[in-house]
Write a protein that binds this ligand. Structure first.
Ligand SMILES: Cc1ncc(COP(=O)(O)O)c(C=O)c1O
Length: 435
């Protein structure tokens, strides 16, 4: 691309685009990368620069960009069927995917409901739980319990059970009521949170439609890791209260934290599980909400007992064909085994970065690692300074304010990961030495 073409494109972008989570002023002053191709962990710009994508295309790019098998699956599916509604029809891609997902899901999740993205998979999960109790003799079960500083997406139901004030505080007067214990300070134990949720489950058992969690790690809250024992304890409390545990595995699913599902760390079988990012192969918007036979059985009967939810692109054949290929690649290319080795290198690299003067905390879980550089959370500036430094070192990072993290593809090669770690280390050291 000629420099003049790039300038024209940038001008059109500034004039007409509206970026997510970017103020209008920031949009107009930013210098975005002009990406013309992407392969593996690299974004390739119009000038031919290969930039390491440290945030995995907003955490969905588990198999790297442009995986040849995903390209082929997309083209092959596009040649025969690109879309048809699933009202009164079936097609192989969506049906076989439902079967294959059930086979790899935590025990008992045998029913698959499709939607378009992580937020809608959460909406579906909440609606399944709520409507279930409404029409199965427990209409007083209306409330949801959630973790503090949770992030479940940007639609209204997902925002209501979310709790990151910086993202959603402005909409709060429109939310439904959710019980959410106070947040622990950064780096402090989640035990009081889980204790409070368990107490509420016992106290108000008859009122609770479900408990929703991001198992093991809260992504948008700043990559906050919480222990498997506490997840297990919460799960057991939901069993005693006979209410639903909804696992939002939009981020954590597909091996991001080590095992296929973060729920597996605690040997927990949720009643409802939301999946999107890894499932999509980072290719097309595609999501699924999995549920047990018990939940599904709660929707038997006449038309008025159907789950009152559905999207135009439900079970889209392109998205489904890609997701099937994603599962095949996980099986055949032994993605989880490969990632386990890389995860050790990632953990070691971030443990080393904890020693950089000014770094407050470091942590990692599977193929996610993060550093806190300050205490101002999402509105902090430290991460943005690191982002600028990283950009100069050929790495694209997307900080969460004072938290810098990397979410590389699970199939990243050793040398590529080493480059990402080196550049992140040097960017953090340089940004902090100027502070
Ligand atoms: C745990 C979790 N749930 C839901 C979502 C929303 O997904 P989407 O952006 O695809 O709507 C995200 C996105 O980051 C997430 O991390």
């Amino acid at each position: 691309m000629h420099a003049s073409e790039r300038e024209a494109l940038l001008a059109a972008d500034r004039r007409h685009l509206w970026r997510p989570y970017t103020s209008s002023d920031d949009h107009e002053s930013m210098e975005p990368l002009t990406v013309v191709r992407a392969e593996g962990p690299y974004l390739i710009t119009d000038t031919g620069e290969r930039v390491l994508d440290g945030s995995g295309a907003w955490w969905c790019n588990n198999l790297g960009h442009g995986h040849p098998r995903l390209r082929r699956a997309l083209v092959q599916q596009a040649e025969t069927l690109m879309h048809c509604s699933m009202a009164g029809t079936l097609h192989e891609a969506a049906t076989r995917l439902a079967q294959e997902l059930s086979e790899v899901a935590p025990a008992g999740l045998t029913r698959v409901f499709y939607s378009d993205d992580g937020s809608t998979s959460v909406e579906v999960g909440l609606k399944m739980a709520f409507q279930y109790w409404q029409q199965n003799g427990r209409p007083e079960r209306k409330r949801f319990l959630a973790l503090p500083a949770a992030y479940h997406g940007d639609t209204f139901g997902a925002m209501s059970v979310g709790g990151v004030e910086a993202f959603h505080g402005v909409f709060e007067s429109l939310f439904f009521e959710v019980f959410r214990p106070p947040s622990p300070a950064p780096g402090e134990s989640f035990e009081p949170v889980i204790d409070a949720l368990c107490r509420e489950l016992e106290r108000a058992e008859g009122e609770i439609a479900g408990v929703i969690v991001e198992p093991m790690i809260q992504g948008a809250a700043g990559m906050r890791v919480w222990p498997a024992e506490l997840l297990r304890r919460l799960y057991e409390a939901t069993r005693r209260a006979d209410t639903f545990l909804i696992a939002d595995e939009v981020f954590t699913g597909f091996g991001r934290t080590g095992p296929m599902w973060a729920s597996d760390h605690a040997n927990v079988a949720p009643d409802i599980l939301c999946s999107a990012k890894g499932l999509s192969g980072g290719v097309l918007p595609f999501a699924a909400t999995l549920a047990t036979e018990r939940v599904f059985d709660g929707f038997r009967g006449g038309k008025q007992r159907a789950l009152m939810h559905g999207h135009t692109f439900f079970g889209n054949p392109l998205g489904a064909a890609i997701a099937r290929e994603v599962l095949a690649i996980y099986r055949e290319e032994k993605i989880l085994e490969h990632a386990a080795e890389r995860a050790r290198e990632l953990a070691a690299g971030f443990a080393e970065m904890a020693e950089i003067p000014g770094v407050r905390r470091a942590r990692s879980l599977g193929m996610v690692a993060a550093l806190d550089l300050g205490e101002d959370g999402y509105l902090g500036e430290a991460g943005w300074r690191v982002q600028r430094e990283a950009r100069a070192r050929g790495v694209q990072l997307r900080p969460l304010g004072d938290t810098v993290y990397v979410v590389p593809p699970l199939n990243i090669q050793r040398g590529e990961l080493a480059s990402l770690l080196r550049a992140t280390h040097d960017s953090v050291a340089s940004a902090l030495s100027q502070a």
